[in-house]
Write a protein of this length. Structure first.
Length: 170
């Protein structure tokens, strides 16, 4: 009998909810660090539960935009110019006021140019925010592993009780 065989839909659902709670914690941390504007970056995070070999694991994916997600923690390094339209939209969502739309576009272009030349202020200051993902992941993994261990012990005890019952009935 494999771990996959022992894992009922109900149990899988419980572990899946636990993994989703990690995603919610990351989103809450992004808000706490004032990195939540539109929710686009943090919405890239997706967690699931998989049976890998003979173990149950929480697996996170980033919907193909891994770098964008990690910029929440590290900032954006210099290089390719970010889309001016995204910074224009960001300035609106942040509530930054301008006297005209033309001024907002000018700000967005200048900000894009600065990011392309030097990176974001967070990146330049080397201000890594481990509290958004890394610290939460470590705490989550400890809890997840503990819950898996408790589940395995329960399965084992249930199996021993079943075997014991079979001996008593024979």
């Amino acid at each position: 009998m494999t771990l996959e065989d022992l894992l009922s839909d109900r149990d899988r659902g419980k572990f899946y909810k636990l993994a989703q709670s990690f995603c919610a914690t990351v989103r809450a941390s992004a808000k706490r660090y004032n990195k939540w504007v539109s929710g686009n970056s943090s919405s890239l995070l997706n967690c699931n539960v998989e049976v890998v070999g003979n173990s149950l694991q929480a697996v996170c994916s980033f919907q193909g935009k891994y770098a964008q997600f990690w910029q929440l923690q590290t900032g954006r390094k210099e290089g390719k110019m970010p889309p001016v339209s995204a910074l224009y939209k960001w300035s609106k969502q942040r509530g930054i006021s301008f006297t005209s739309d033309k001024e907002r576009w000018g700000f967005a272009w200048a900000l894009a140019r600065t990011i392309a030349d030097s990176g974001t202020l967070q990146y330049r200051q080397k201000n890594k925010l481990d509290g958004i993902f890394n610290k939460n992941w470590i705490a989550f993994q400890k809890n997840f592993d503990r819950y898996v261990q408790m589940w395995c012990e329960k399965i084992l005890l249930d199996e021993v009780a079943r075997i014991d019952n079979n001996f008593k009935n024979n």
